[in-house]
Design a protein around this ligand. Structure first.
Ligand code: NDP
Length: 340
């Protein structure tokens, strides 16, 4: 059965070669089905744009299955219940869901988390109080284990993950060195309270980083890889911890970079300085840490110890350009599309 509603959707048209282009996306309009037993019909209000979606556009094995050509682009959403065939949900409820790049979605009730719009702005469920904020919290505290007086460095430091990493590091008594692209982002890192803010696009990042961390780096929260990692590696102290969270500098790569094989140099540093490099996917820590995260982060937001920024684009049709812009670093804060 279908409803009288029309659903605008953005689907994967082709697998990108490098940076996604307009032709990799296609837009269509279809009828909206009625929810079946246990399901809920949702209208998307806000769509989260996240770097991992770039990986899902490739036909490559990863921690999550790739999208198929023709699939609706995946993404977390804040949505409003339009019609419910599930116990516990009523029209008008606001939920965190995984509706993807479309105006309406039908989802099983067990995949939804109810949001309280009076407790916090609902968009925070996609950022500082949601998956990205939790990624920062879990990766930093469970793997990075910052100690008072230590130095924590993080790149993509104005994004939802990196900005939370720096602020949580400071709450735990560490010095925070933030790295991001461009002057506006340097100014934002300073507002967020980073002890030092560095622009990775300006010359001699290695020299500036060495000056910013004269006692070396104890925790490097890896969000980007690439040239930032090259600058960080020589500064890592003995027993430094590196939570490997993301590699944004490589997501559009089509081949390995040219140059000598530096794996020996990397492994030599790991060996001689007793480094810990530990990759993680945030969901590993959900059962043990999510409750504590929500409690801590809600308190830090209320007291002003953590600040957050959102970068909101209006209109579903602009999601592809906003997504590519986010991968390039054009977003200042959590990238979100206001759909309705
Ligand atoms: P952001 O909003 O921070 O967006 C990604 C940022 O990466 C860009 O804004 C840009 O910022 C930076 N970037 C892109 N290319 C480069 C480059 N060549 N060199 C340096 N920086 C670059 O994203 P999120 O906060 O949502 O995510 C941050 C990282 O965390 C990503 O790698 C993401 O994949 C990862 N992640 C991992 C999870 C996990 O479970 N492991 C869960 C969630 C996110 P700038 O302008 O500052 O360069």
């Amino acid at each position: 059965m279908s409803t009288s509603l029309r659903n605008h959707r953005i689907r994967l048209a082709a697998r990108p070669h490098g940076e996604p282009v307009a032709e990799d996306f296609t837009h269509d309009v279809v009828e909206v089905p009625a929810p079946g037993p246990g399901e809920v019909l949702l209208r998307t209000r806000y769509l989260s744009l996240d770097p991992y979606v770039r990986g899902r556009m490739n036909d490559a094995r990863s921690y999550a299955a790739p999208m198929e050509i023709g699939d609706v682009m995946v993404g977390g959403t804040v949505s409003e219940v339009v019609e419910s065939a599930a116990e516990g949900f009523s029209p008008g409820d606001t939920v965190l869901s995984y509706g993807g790049w479309q105006e309406f979605s039908v989802e099983p009730a067990e995949r939804l988390r109810r949001l309280d719009p009076s407790a916090a702005p609902v968009t925070t469920a996609l950022g500082v109080l949601g998956m990205p904020g939790f990624t920062a919290y879990a990766g930093l505290l469970a793997i990075g284990k910052p100690q008072p007086g230590e130095t924590v460095a993080v790149a993509a430091a104005t994004g939802p993950v990196g900005s939370a990493v720096g602020q949580i590091a400071r709450i735990h008594g560490a010095r925070a060195v933030g790295i991001a692209g461009g002057e506006a982002k340097v100014a934002r890192m300073e507002e967020l309270g980073f002890d030092t803010a560095l622009d990775h696009r300006a010359p001699d990042l290695t020299g500036r980083l060495a000056a910013a961390a004269p006692d070396g780096i104890d925790v490097y929260f890896e969000n980007v890889g690439g040239a930032v990692w090259d600058a960080v590696l020589p500064q890592l102290n003995e027993f430094a911890r590196v939570p490997v969270c993301g590699l944004a500098a490589h997501y559009n790569a089509t081949s390995l970079p040219e140059g000598p094989d530096r794996s020996g140099q990397l492994l030599g540093a790991v060996l001689s300085r007793s480094l810990t490099l530990r990759g993680f996917i945030q969901r590993e820590f959900v059962p043990t840490m999510f409750e504590g995260f929500l409690r801590d982060m809600t308190g830090w937001l209320a007291s002003g110890r953590v600040q957050h920024t959102e970068d909101i684009t209006e209109g579903l049709q602009r999601a592809p350009e906003a997504f590519v812009g986010m991968l390039r670093g054009r977003n200042l804060g959590k990238a979100i599309v206001q759909v309705s």
